[in-house]
Design a protein around this ligand. Structure first.
Ligand code: ZN
Ligand code: ZN
Length: 369
């Protein structure tokens, strides 16, 4: 009797496993077949962390603490490790019955149910087991040809029965079951911590940068100005600083009223009339202030025209003619510090002109007003 040596190719069991899983690294890694969302998850985590480490961490490490990038790196590595552990592991897939085992089980079921007359529905294939004094039903899986253990379920995407089936998670690209549930939980927990960590230090970074650039200081300064209803120009010149008993006549002496007037008051129409029509060649038509003629007739008190500096001399813009005024303009007098070379405010920034007598209009000024 001669022995015939037949060369047989040795295969790993994973190569013949039914179901819709994919395997790599010679069966060490198994995943679901649909992996697109898993790559998206990985891209979002890695991309967000890369931006954080590239643009936030250098500043935070120098100006706050070098522990921030270190803690961030540890959290990031832990998140990725838990994701890979969840995605690449066997969630608890139950092997299908071999053909002979399936035949034996079928025979057992038929024997238990008896002969079912043709045309009648066979009874459901169920077995009962007792767990902690509770009856638990085991269902028969027609795909895997087995009675599923308690809490197992058949995943339609992976086409396998999975022990203690939780759900199929496309974000991790795998079923979540008995063998990888704890890693899935640690992944979600650490990802939440990493998100909070990055978001919190994003805000810290933004605030520190704002303070460095003076942006917050500028906002605070203008909040102070609005609360007093005064301008930067008036604040720098000390127009209403209380010297010589000069008080700010525009302030309502109430923080809320001042804020409401500055921020919520009506936006006044432009007195420039940039798009007004004019005829070239007519006397006075080239004078840009001619457009003010009709605006001065409007009922809007804020649109009252004011004299130009050339017509009234260098100081007339903040010092109206007291002798011709009939209103209380005590607060409009020029402050002592205004003797310095001053910035000429635009017409909108000037105090409202008091009513003027007709005698104030010298001959020859009628074209302007
Ligand atoms: Zn199954
Ligand atoms: Zn699945």
């Amino acid at each position: 009797m001669s022995t015939v040596m037949v060369a047989k190719k040795v295969k790993r069991k994973w190569e013949n496993l039914p179901g819709k899983n994919t395997f790599c690294c010679d069966g060490r890694v198994m995943m679901a077949r649909q992996k697109g969302v898993f790559y998206l998850t990985l891209f979002l985590i890695v991309g967000t962390c890369a931006l954080f480490f590239a643009f936030e961490c250098p500043y935070l490490a120098v100006n706050l603490s070098p522990a921030i990038p270190a803690v961030g790196a540890v959290l990031f590595l832990f998140v990725v490790a838990m994701l890979f552990r969840t995605s690449f592991s066997d969630p608890g897939v139950l092997p299908r019955a071999l053909p002979e085992e399936a035949t034996f089980i079928e025979m057992e079921i038929e024997a238990a149910n008896g002969n079912v007359p043709p045309g009648q529905r066979p009874p459901p294939r169920i077995r009962n087991v007792q767990i902690n004094n509770q009856i638990v039903k085991l269902k028969y899986c027609y795909t895997c040809k087995i009675f599923r253990p308690p809490r197992a379920s058949h995943c339609s995407i992976c086409d396998n029965c999975v022990e203690r089936f939780d759900h199929h998670c496309p974000w991790v690209g795998n079923c979540v079951g008995k063998r990888n549930y704890r890693y899935f939980y640690l992944f979600t927990l650490s990802l939440s911590l990493l998100t909070i960590f990055i978001f919190a230090f994003d805000i810290v970074h933004m605030v520190m940068r704002s303070v460095d650039s003076g942006f917050v200081g500028l906002t605070g300064f203008h909040t102070y100005l609005i609360s007093l209803n005064q301008t930067t120009n008036e604040d720098i010149k000390g127009s209403w600083s209380g010297k010589n008993r000069v008080q700010n006549p525009y302030s309502h002496r109430n923080f809320m009223k001042n804020c409401c007037e500055v921020l919520c008051g009506p936006v006044h129409p432009s007195v420039l009339d940039r798009r007004g029509l004019m005829l070239e060649g007519l006397p006075g038509s080239t004078n840009p202030t001619a457009a003010l003629t009709h605006v001065s007739k409007s009922k809007n008190p804020e649109a009252q025209p004011t004299k130009t500096k050339a017509e009234h001399g260098p100081d007339d813009d903040v010092k109206p003619d007291v002798s011709t005024s009939t209103t209380d303009i005590s607060g409009l007098e020029k402050s002592p510090s205004s003797s310095e070379p001053e910035m000429l405010p635009s017409p909108q920034d000037l105090p409202p002109e008091p009513p003027r007598d007709n005698t104030d209009c010298a001959p020859g000024k009628e074209d302007t007003y």
